[in-house]
Design a protein around this ligand. Sequence first.
Ligand code: FBP
Length: 552
Amino acid sequence: MSDRSPLHNARFAYIPKMPEILGSSLASIEAVPVSVVEPAHDKEALKKIFAHSYGKPAIRFSAGSNPSSNKTMTLGVLLSGGPAPGGHNVIAGLFDGLKKASPNSRLIGFKGGPGGLVDNKYQEIDAALVDSYRNTGGFDMIGSGRTKIESPEQFAKSLSVAREHSLDALVVVGGDDSNTNAALLAEYFASHGEAIAVVGVPKTIDGDLKNEWIEASFGFDTATKVYSELIGNICRDAPSGRKYWHFIRLMGRSASHIALECALQTRPNVALISEEIEARKTSLSAIVETIAASVAARAAGGENFGVVLIPEGLIEFVPEMKVLIANINELLARDAEAFKALPSLEAQVGFVAEQLPGESRALFLSLPADIRAQLCWDRDPHGNVQVSRIETEKLLVAMVKERLSAMAAQGTYKGKFDYQTHFMGYEGRCAFPTNFDADYCYSLGFTAFLLALNGLSGYIASIRGLAAPASEWVPGGIPLVSMMNIERRHGADKPVIRKALVELEGKAFKRFASQRDRWSKSSDYRLPGSIQYFGPPAVTDMPSILLQIEGK
Ligand code: FBP
């Protein structure tokens, strides 16, 4: 990239803000055990699977002493899963910590995610490489991937590669599935008597890797600001053109944190929250009714336009669709060979239709052909339906249109319904990180280094107090196992990190729920504008609304 944009060049000069303690000499940063944190579910099963990792305490880095602060180490790092803004700063923080301890320390980047570890595809990360990526988006410095490390051969190869490089620690930057990999690797290394620490870093734009200790996953802040800018622009276009309803599907996989944040940022006419739909057992036709009611009410006031936000994972939360998807998942796991042997997608869709039990079959056959095919596409290596490829916004538009025709025939709707559909996801995953994400990621990387320095294996880096200025943030770590539970994947029970979904009793959802009726009728959209990197902190450093509400 020789002809870089001015902003690209300017971002290299940005100095991330970090917790005061991380600026101290390494000899005076002590890893202080706080309290043992246990998983909330499936304790006994997890105790057995993670015999060497279970029952460790949370750690807080505080002023004190560290006798091995100038250790020369070799660390491995890999980026895993979908990109999220700030990944390069995690590597920068890790690198700077490592070199602060000893200039002779080395950082090995495994290329293309966990697959790079298994296949020993790597590159040494040096100062020049790090400097050419500081404060920029993307995961392209070393690439990413979604390989799930699960076969005995993959574990054995990971260990032999780690030994070959004489790694002191491996840092896995990823979401729930990737950190599940990290927990399993930590346990495997420990069960083989290896002192190679495995440390996780909470990444995902989806925002679903969070709990009391992990207040936010990195990338969420930037991605939601990118989407909110675009939604805000559409919210301004809608009353300007006065002719379209915009149906906008937003990434986020299962959780609706992105949709909720963007709704609070922009005040759309309708925002669906999957978790509420599941809790209330709302059927697909009831969802359609809600949207059609808003369209009709606005049309009655002469406003034949509006904005609807749809979380990407909605389809998995609608009760009848959830059963259908579970049935398809079981079927695909059970009859994988027969399914794969079929000559075309059409034949595969027909095969699924034939095998499904009664009600699910009827529902499946009632869906548009595109959606039927999308539901049959490959699961990802972790067994997840690839919801980013299911065009729920188009399904809803078709159903709303049908419903409005029926209402028009009954005389309960008089208006003109025209629409545009959008899907926002990939646009936000590699943006230049906001100042918040640039700061947060650098601190996460530095904290991951501290966990490695202290030989703390099976931990994920945690920075608390994120709603406060960076200098007040509190770095530490929590055991990965404490975030796990047992779930059904690929037709079998597996230990996985539990996704944090939107809490309907939480303050953020309540704020949204208390305002949405007003938004449905009005065109009082909020316009967040584009991310600002330079200027007053109230404009450049404001964390997400969710963090502002939940962090207090
Ligand atoms: P991670 O959980 O790996 O961070 O992935 C986030 C995500 O962007 C989801 O929101 C989306 O459903 C998925 O990745 C898309 O995956 P892919 O990049 O494989 O198309």
